[in-house]
Design a binder for this molecule. Structure first.
Ligand code: GTP
Ligand code: K
Ligand code: MG
Length: 499
């Protein structure tokens, strides 16, 4: 056993050298010797604009534009002047963040100036006139933070998502990922897998000399199986996190003239789609992003579903059906006045009607029935329909609505919100969910590689170990500990200049 710990130490040294060189390789592009600067607040006229500087010449930049060097991490009011012409550009706050304790890990500074275009361009020009300073590329500040080991890739992505978050639930999920909750899970799996690999490699190298305990491979088998289970559980999340990140696809579908476009307009509070008494008004899919109860929704109105000889309308119907296929949730609108007059016949009628709209049976659960135009039918008749529906197991959640009087809108919104909660999950409860397809693909690869381990375990241990190594490398790519340059390029390019 003594021998194994010695071997482990040397393996640890090798791993350390490897990860060092990977990091050097990844971070060598876009010379780190440059000092970069950019407007970090939004473009356009605003009260205060923030110009950020990072890199070795940051202190020189502060000295050149202001007098009296500011204390670290304290806002100091200064006159900001052009280093060559000495012209006064603005009076603003200057902040000095010495490395390595800064966001990027480098010496950095911020100029909080007035947000007029002339002030901003004056300060940017002044910085550009200094030797060793150049404008930052998109995402370059965050990239430097990553290279300094301040963030792993999942945290970088969380930061990107936070900047783009439009609803409360998206913000919560992004904050959690930025805090490293997701990265920690992947890191833990990497550590466990690394231990398995070390044991198998030790077994390959030393088992003939009988320096290895028997049963070590059985322990590895159990550990690998447990890892597979953990990863598969994480993968089978019904894409909740990804849905929350990119928006829930909700489609409004149904027969012509049911009031689908009227519903879209009521929910979006603007005349987004044309409403008319002519059947077959809507042809194109009309898509509107919405925030419903903190969840991001992409709501689309579609052409009424009917057989038609009009080729343009046929295309509209084809697109409508395609949307229903892809949707996370369908709002099926039915004109109440078109239902059978006998309430007890309504459930069978609706269940047949739904088959026509939601063909694959797997989609039946992801549907809310909206019985529209309730203003045209008596309250008593509506109650009888409701009672009859309550006794039927074939019909999904249904609610009465009038797009004219807005009666039933509250109930509909509650129903929709509850569905969204199930579809996206609560980002603060339970273990954090996968948020990106990139993570999913790499995790699936990792799980497949672990299957290779079991496949070759009794046949060829070297090949089995290779499976573990592949699994480890896929996991490492998620957090960016291992990874080709182009992945990083894509991720950082999604950031804007100044981030
Ligand atoms: N009385 C009443 N009329 C409604 C209601 N909702 C919609 N309508 C009317 O029904 C007709 C059709 O409405 P639309 O919203 O265009 O229906 P649609 O389902 O989008 O129709 P297509 O796009 O042609 O498939 C219009 O005359 C609306 O004013 C409602 O709740 N009550
Ligand atoms: K219509
Ligand atoms: Mg319409």
């Amino acid at each position: 056993m003594h021998f194994i710990s010695g071997w482990r130490r040397s393996a640890a040294v090798i791993t350390a050298i490897r990860s060092l060189s990977v990091k050097r390789l990844l971070c060598s592009v876009g010379s780190e010797d440059d000092t970069i600067f950019a407007l970090s607040s939004g473009q356009g006229r605003c009260g205060v604009a923030v110009v950020r500087v990072s890199g070795p010449a940051s202190a020189h930049a502060v000295r050149s534009l202001t007098r009296g060097f500011p204390a670290a991490r304290v806002a100091s009011l200064r006159s900001i002047t052009h280093p060559q012409t000495r012209e006064l550009l603005d009076r603003g706050l200057v902040l000095w963040f010495p490395g390595p304790g800064s966001f990027t890990g480098e010496d950095s500074a911020e100029f909080h100036i007035h947000g007029g275009p002339a002030v901003i361009s004056g300060v940017l020009q002044a910085l550009g006139s200094l030797p060793g300073l150049r404008p930052a590329e998109a995402g370059e500040f965050t990239r430097r933070a990553f290279c300094a080991g301040k963030l792993d890739l999942t945290e970088v992505e969380g930061l990107g998502d936070l900047i783009h978050a439009e609803t409360e639930a998206q913000r919560r999920q992004a904050l959690r990922q930025m805090a490293g909750d997701l990265g920690r899970i992947y890191q833990d799996w990497r550590v466990r897998l690394k231990r398995c690999l070390a044991h198998v490699e030790a077994f390959i190298d030393f088992s003939e000399d009988e320096l290895i305990e028997d049963g070590i491979l059985n322990d590895v088998d159990t550990a690998v199986r447990q890892l597979q289970t953990d990863m598969e559980n994480h993968l089978s999340d019904q894409r909740r996190g990804e849905r929350l990140r990119s928006g829930v696809q909700v489609v409004i579908a149904g027969s012509t003239n049911a009031g689908k476009s009227s519903l879209l307009n009521m929910l979006t509070q603007r005349p987004a789609a044309i409403v008319s008494a002519t059947a077959g008004t809507t042809r194109d899919v009309v898509e509107v992003p919405l925030d419903i109860g903190g969840y991001p929704v992409l709501l689309s109105d579609t052409a009424g579903l009917r057989d038609t000889t009009d080729s343009v309308e046929q295309e509209g119907v084809r697109r409508a059906r395609q949307r229903v296929e892809q949707a996370d949730l369908s709002l099926v609108v039915v004109d109440l006045t078109q239902l059978p007059s006998e309430p007890q016949l309504v459930p069978v009628f609706l269940s047949e009607h739904l088959k026509n709209i939601l063909e694959p049976s797997s989609h039946r659960q992801q549907c809310i029935l909206i019985l529209n135009k309730s203003d045209l039918s008596s309250a008593e008749h509506n109650r009888s329909i409701q009672a009859s529906l309550a006794c039927s197991a074939d019909v999904p959640d249904a609610c009465f609505l009038s797009c004219h009087t807005r009666d039933g809108l509250e109930d509909l919104l509650t129903l929709v919100q509850n569905r969204l909660k199930t579809l996206c999950g609560d980002p603060l409860i339970g273990s954090p969910t996968l948020t990106q397809n990139r993570h999913r693909t790499l995790l699936q690869k990792s799980v497949e590689a672990l299957h290779q381990y079991h496949q070759y375990r009794d046949v060829d241990l070297v090949l089995a170990a290779e499976g573990l190594r592949l699994g480890l490398s896929s996991l490492g790519r998620i957090t960016g500990r291992v990874g080709p340059e182009e992945i990083l390029d894509t991720i950082f390019k999604e950031f804007c200049i100044g981030k």
